[in-house]
Design a protein around this ligand. Sequence first.
Ligand code: ANZ
Length: 929
Amino acid sequence: MKTESIRKIEDKWLARWENEKHYSVKLDTSLPKYYCLDMFPYPSGAGLHVGHPRGYIATDVYSRFKRMAGFNVLHPMGFDSFGLPAEQYAIETGQHPRVTTDKNIATFKSQLRKLGFCYDPDREIKTSDAQYYHWTQWIFSQLFDSWYCLDTAKALPVSALIQRLEQSGNAGVNAWSDSRTTSISAQQWAAFSPLQQSEFLMNYRLAYRAESYVNWCPALGTVLANDEIKDGFSERGGHPVQKKMMKQWMLRISAYADRLLEGLDSLDWPEALKDMQRNWIGKSQGAEIDFQVADSQTTIKVFTTRPDTFYGATFLVLAPEHDAVEAITSSACKPAVANYCEQVALRSERERMAKAERITGQFTGAYAVHPLTGENLPIWIADYVLADYGTGAIMAVPSGDQRDFNFAQAFDLPVVHIYEGAEQAAKPFLINDGRLVNSAQASGMLRAEATEWILQRLVATGSAKRTFNYRIRDAIFGRQRYWGEPIPVYYDEQGIAHVVPEQDLPVTLPDVEAFLPTSEGEPPLERARSWRYGGYKYETTTMPGWAGSSWYFLRYMDPSNSREPVSKQALAYWQAVDLYVGGSEHATGHLLYSRFWTHFLKDRGLLSFSEPFKRVLCQGMILGVSAIIYRDKATHEFVSADLKDGRDVQPLYVDISMVNDKNQVDIEALRTWRQAYSEGSFVCSKGVFLCDRLSEKMSKSKYNVVNPDDLIDVYGADTFRLHEMFLGPIDQTAIWSTQSIDGPHKFLQKVWRLFLDEQGGVIVDDLAPSDEELKAVHTAIAKVGRATEEMSYNTAIAALMICVNQLSVLHCHKRGVLELLLKLLHPYAPFITEELWAEALGHSQSILDCGYPMADEGVLYEAQFECPVSINGKLRTRIMLPRGLTDEAVKAQVLEDATVQRWLSGGRLLKFIFVPDRIINIVCAANAD
Ligand code: ANZ
């Protein structure tokens, strides 16, 4: 087939599918549902490269397969269209982010369209649409109106909390609340001013405003979430990030930590993904122990996971930001402590975490009393103790913990065996010649006993409490950005925060004249001076990128509902997502936040399920192939890769499109590509200039990006889809190869020739298929059906290729066989199959609605089978055996086989094992001579 005719066919079907609303999906309770979802894209300016559609094709194949198998399949697509890149671009160019975003979406859509996906166009959503973020804001207001009750283990309306506070204060309130919440009586509550009441409720609300340490990125002018930071730098742009105390809108995701952990067990997700979430939540069991500060009213609470090491504690360490530092520091130590705290504040999180060889700390001059020995332990501050983990203070056990040990060495503090003094514990070997021996060597039993023994004593005296600690932090929800959902909050004249009432949502994003933070570091929305709720000022931070994506899968079920986020009927039918495909980089961001929101919405009665994604599959990355040439640093010549040895060279990336499959670079193309090469002198080897290749992530800066459009224009979308699915198992990394696209292309041409002759005449006949033809196609049905169900697409395609080869050899043009073949191929290659189905076979109904074939076991049953024979552990031959023989008859036949006899060569037969339908194992003694 010629490129032009492929284009014509594909365009014809695209138009027809669109005009006939072929992929529109209705709620139909007479059919079982299947919900198949992709992680929707952020429409970046760069458009799609060949790595992006891998997941989209995979879900499209699966959706078509499921629909053919009788399911009503919801397979939507939309855009995560708020976000930083459009805003950065707006700052640089003054272009409104909406304009850039719409342009990018248009590019994405035209690229996606060509691939022939079966998306329902009427269900497309954009998170930056006011009709959409109306409901994102509504969910925020529900979070604001909720607190987490530990008695019922669910979120309840704040009105219920207020009722209890009015009746009896917070004594009986068992809630997941801020650790700084004080105890109050009903009288105290009643005596609070409205502002005080509103501040007090912030300790409980699931969306709340509080002072906390945030990751502040001065270059971007915004705070960032933990998962937006890599090694202390912003993931976008790579700018340094600092810790800063700020009043922020937060979401109390920590309240759901236990449920988010437990929920994982029921999910069909890759184990690695679940582990990432488990580590992120980071639940550890331990105790909080109170230490009285000598000659002071202050007590210091430490968190430890190793109460058994209590006797080995020789000093305490507080985070420099700890509240008590000020109060306990002796006047002599004040200047040094203040100086140290200042230095730490200047240091970025990155420097603090980069376990500096430089161990720093400062003595406070204060001592804490060891609750069991009564000894005085010096109290230090040091930056290796983090302010926002546990209680921000530790008991240091140099004999049990490496960091404590290093610190003790650096500042000459005592080291004591961890079980010294614990009466019944035999002293275990933790310190040996001054060397720290791994404490895991202490037996588990011993550790558990020591923990119990110590905790019982401490709990009895009221100086310890068993606790769990979580690594997960509450999520910062406010961003100092323009291009996001406005947080639907206004402040009254007293500064009390109110959510905008439901009937006044959405709060739409106002226009501003510049998208930068103001010169005072205020968010860009501060520029919208006339933007007010009544006379009141709105909150001016906006929601983070993950807000809109935390619930979008619900909106697809009922995308144009203007009364509620999604109707009860739609929810009751579509339920949770059955299959969710996307990148594993979203493990601790999006996938965790959307689980949190789903659990929450279930608590508040919107949903009947708590887990949004039953099965998750992470598509492997497609690596690009980069081309690297070399420049001699001394002579500035460009040298062919095979001549670079012995020279001091600088590697340079060049565009992969200028390299042929023998790694030869087109020098003329290179010269016109970039100025730097136009005048350069090239040292060739035997008349050719070679480059090296490297497989790595596709990126513009490496010039290794392949645009799907270019390939689709030449080969068509069917070939492209097949090629991507044939690159290897979908969940594994694959290396892109443009050359090998020829294989799938030839395969489709072979399919074409089973139906049409060279002149385009139909050659399909209605003759009865032969046994051989039936066997070929039914073998394919069995294999392709199973492999497609298991998403083992490369195997399925291989089976299709075998079948098409067999049918070509047999010159099979029989309708009865070819119809089955087309159905198997349809999910992978929707255009050519629709075309042949309609034009060569004359059907008027779409192949998508004509059912998926079942293999006829009768056809597949064979009277004989080929059995592998292994002799002394090595596979030596295969023998055709009739089915149903007795073991004795099998043995007799096999031992007579000439090849078997040769391998036995007279040795004594020790064992003969026949596993029916599988294998024969023979063990024999070596021949005596
Ligand atoms: C005494 C001890 C002895 C500890 C020992 C460990 C080993 P995970 O498991 O990660 O929860 N720790 C507590 N709060 C800290 C903070 N804010 N900054 C730095 N370190 C902190 O770790 C808990 C352990 O980390 C705690 O148990 C505490 O040291 C330390 F042989 O207490 B341990």
